[in-house]
Design a protein around this ligand. Sequence first.
Ligand code: DAT
Ligand code: MG
Length: 172
Amino acid sequence: MMGETPNQCGCDGHGHGAMAATRERSFIMIKPDGVQRGLVGEIIKRFEQKGFKLVALKFVWPTEDLLKKHYADLSDKPFFPALVKYMASGPVVPMVWEGLNVVKTGRVMLGATNPADSAPGTIRGDLCIQMGRNICHGSDSVESAKKEIGLWFTEKEVVAWSPANDCWVYED
Ligand code: DAT
Ligand code: MG
């Protein structure tokens, strides 16, 4: 017969992952080359298997206007026009992932901006070669994550939900 605590860890199934710190969000986007090379599943798999929670995802061919806003901080850089052209060259997969330290850990999972400097085991270290084709974007701070999520998603498109396995990802 089932006891009063449905989960083996003794929780009621609703207590885990509820702390504010576990609700940090990062904006992760598979770039056009990641889509063209069939790496969508591989990149999503890494965030999913890590234990982060997917709270928003879409498949969209972005406009140059949106990409200029997304990369506004880099608008003075000489590579900016080529960056916007590359990013607008095909569909992308923008996503929001949630979890403890997801911004910082997401950057570690991505690897360095230049794949030549990215450690093996990272997304860029394992799956790409050149900086101008580095397959995936990840927010570099909680503040820029908020800005980027607001650019790519409406509030309704970001979904609050409790994964069944939270108990096994967070101890409290
Ligand atoms: P990251 O994507 O690691 O956050 P970033 O925000 O500094 O790096 O730059 C955005 C993208 O622009 C980056 O993924 C690849 C490209 N880029 C950055 N620095 C570059 C450079 N020096 N030459 C060419 N492309 C560059
Ligand atoms: Mg960046």
